[in-house]
Design a protein around this ligand. Structure first.
Ligand code: GCU
Length: 324
């Protein structure tokens, strides 16, 4: 590998280099959040640590980079919860379609750090732990042909993340799920290996999918967060004061990322529509929801690890309804 990863503890000028891998471009909100993380760590612990950020899957796909984080070859990776499902069953909850009733509820659950900390510790056995989350918006279908009703998905080959729950969801919608890494999606659509995919709006612009798929339908099936995941041995090697600096840096990166997110989505929609010729389609969300709601029961039955967090989220959904 061009970067000469020599394993944990690599030093430059006496400083410990902290390597962070992510899959997005340098204009993506997550990269901007990570720059704030870097700045904060270096401002407070700059005599000991230097942070290096590797965007664009430079160190490999999310799955590969998780493995590198597991072994300590790198220290942090940003990965969607879909990629964490195979390490801790509880993360499957975020692949459940139509789990949160609104974006506000989603954000309030994710920002409840006391609650989330219990979930974050669930991968300790695998050698890594989540330190914060990033908003990755709402996922919607986009394809070469317009999807206006659930029937329009019939027979379409749709890329999903490498997550069994997302495979089940897309199949329940009536399409044929095709799991693959994020970096392969553009070419797969371009070469007609698949008909479309599902993601937030930034995939159209930051990842250029809008060049090859011209119809984006707001069916809003999932809100799947991205996680900043750290090598556990590294985190445990820090003094309590240093650990606090990394946690504060992580929280700050989330604040920056969330503020940037809203701006970037507005900008992405504008560029996709006016420069790339993507049509945004409003659909009857309820018609899509009805197709996949039976998955709730099924997933709860098959995976007891998600039951508590499911009930927790349903309570918040119900409270929000009562408040209206
Ligand atoms: C989004 C998300 C990534 C994820 C990707 C995907 O871009 O932020 O974490 O990997 O979708 O669909 O694979």
């Amino acid at each position: 590998m061009a970067f000469g990863l020599t394993g944990c503890g690599s030093l430059t000028n006496g400083k410990r280099i902290i390597r962070i891998s992510h899959a997005q471009s340098e204009t993506h909100p997550e990269h901007l959040g990570l720059l704030a993380f870097k700045e904060y760590v270096e401002e407070n612990l700059g005599d000991k640590y230097e942070v290096e950020i590797f965007p664009n899957e430079l160190l490999g796909s999310a799955q590969k980079a998780i493995e590198l984080t597991q072994t300590g070859a790198i220290d942090f990776v940003v990965a969607g919860t879909a990629n964490l499902e195979t390490f801790a069953d509880v993360y499957e909850i975020f692949s459940m379609p139509y789990l949160f009733d609104s974006e506000e509820i989603y954000k309030s659950v994710m920002q409840d750090t006391d609650y989330m900390e219990k979930i974050y510790e669930s991968t300790d056995d695998a050698g890594f732990r989540v330190v914060t989350w990033y908003n990755a918006g709402t996922r919607n279908f986009y394809a070469k042909t317009p999807i206006r009703t659930p029937d329009d998905l019939k027979g379409l080959k749709i890329r999903v993340q490498q997550s069994p729950a997302s495979v089940a969801m897309v199949n329940a919608f009536g399409a044929a799920a095709s799991p693959m890494g994020f970096g392969e999606v553009y070419t797969a659509i371009q070469q007609n290996v698949i008909d479309g995919a599902e993601n937030n709006e930034l995939a159209l612009t930051n990842n250029k999918h809008g060049e090859v798929a011209k119809y984006y339908s707001y069916n809003k099936h999932q809100m799947v967060p991205d996680m900043l995941v750290g090598n556990l041995k590294f985190l445990e090697s820090l003094s309590p004061e240093e650990y606090q600096v990394f946690k504060d840096a992580a929280a700050l990166s989330t604040e920056v990322e969330m503020a940037e997110w809203d701006k970037c989505v507005d900008e992405a929609k504008d560029i996709a529509q006016n420069q790339m010729g993507v049509e945004f389609i409003d659909v009857d969300v309820d018609a899509f929801k009805q197709k996949v709601l039976p998955l709730h029961e099924q997933m709860l039955k098959e995976n007891p690890k998600i039951v508590d967090v499911y009930n927790h989220i349903q309570e918040i959904n119900e409270k929000a309804k009562e408040g209206k």
